[in-house]
Ligand binder design. Structure first.
Ligand code: COA
Length: 253
């Protein structure tokens, strides 16, 4: 399934595992992530979720072949189910990012409660370069997190930025050496899982519930635009160019 789900005591680890495709996420992988989160929500023995990729790459974002051949249609699509599950998840989520975190690989972090990155982490949201627009409520959450100018530049240019930059702007809690990241993130998750569950749940709910409705409606609005844009010529050109290993030509679009 290319998503591994492993219990370490009270911590559920969900890991991208499709290294030959840089952990690019297919519809089946979104479905596995959504199902994993839904069952973790109900499972009283799971107290904390840890999301990670590999040391080489967190995830290259949505599979671009899937965008061409199997685009998401509505609210029941696996990607939307995943985004709904992560954005409303009541228990703490920790992310460990090493290597590239592209597109949803960066936007999903805005729904996590602590983000740890290795020195090699590289974040990007290249939606505008692909003829698309922001998703996962990032058009709301990213400016809130890092300020309007920073968010606008990152979302319009879609350029990659480093772990240090992500830390300085507040997207990342801590940057650690590459070979220490996974152990560090697991230690943090285990440490969190030892705290009283009612306090974790109540604290997270108090932090997040004020913006929950706005996040849901933003995600809905973004989703409508995103799905429309997926079928437009600019996005088709961008995906085809990526598959053909050439630069896209937007000169007439
Ligand atoms: N969808 C589908 N296939 C992908 C992919 C994606 N998002 N990202 C990488 N791959 C594939 C490549 O096509 C390549 O396939 P090949 O071996 O058949 O040539 C393989 O994974 C390795 O990728 P490659 O680009 O050679 O690795 P890299 O280390 O040079 O670069 C990335 C890694 C992540 C920076 C680069 O692959 C990339 O930019 N990917 C696209 C990211 C993207 O635009 N995502 C969508 C965001 S909305």
């Amino acid at each position: 399934m290319n998503i591994t789900s492993t219990r370490h005591g009270a911590v559920l680890e969900l890991a991208f595992d499709r290294l030959d495709r840089k952990n690019a996420i297919t519809a089946a992988m979104y479905a596995a992530l959504a199902d994993g989160l839904v069952s973790a929500r109900e499972d009283g023995e799971v107290r904390v979720v840890l999301i990670r990729g590999h040391q080489e790459v967190f995830t290259a974002g949505n599979d671009l072949g899937d965008f061409l051949n199997n685009p998401p249609h509505g609210d029941e699509s696996p990607v939307f189910r995943f985004l709904q599950a992560i954005s409303t998840f009541p228990k703490p989520i920790i992310a460990a990012v090493s290597g590239a975190a592209v597109g949803v690989g960066t936007t999903l972090l805005m729904h996590c409660d602590a983000v740890y990155a290795s020195e090699s982490a590289k974040f990007s949201m290249p939606f505008a370069n692909l003829g698309l627009c922001p998703e996962a409520a990032s058009s709301l959450l990213f400016p809130q997190l890092v300020g309007l100018q920073q968010a606008s530049e990152k979302l319009l240019f879609g350029e990659p930025f480093s772990a240090q930059e992500a830390h300085a702007m507040g997207l990342v809690n801590r940057v650690v050496p590459v070979d220490q990241l996974q152990a560090f993130a697991m230690d943090r998750a285990q440490s969190l899982a030892m705290r009283p569950m009612a306090s974790l749940l109540t604290t997270k709910r108090l932090i997040r519930e004020g913006s929950a409705q706005l996040i849901a409606s933003t995600m809905q609005k973004e989703g409508e635009q995103f799905r429309r844009m997926l079928g437009e010529p600019a996005a088709r050109e961008a995906f085809t160019a990526f598959m053909q290993k050439r630069q896209p030509d937007f000169s007439t679009l």
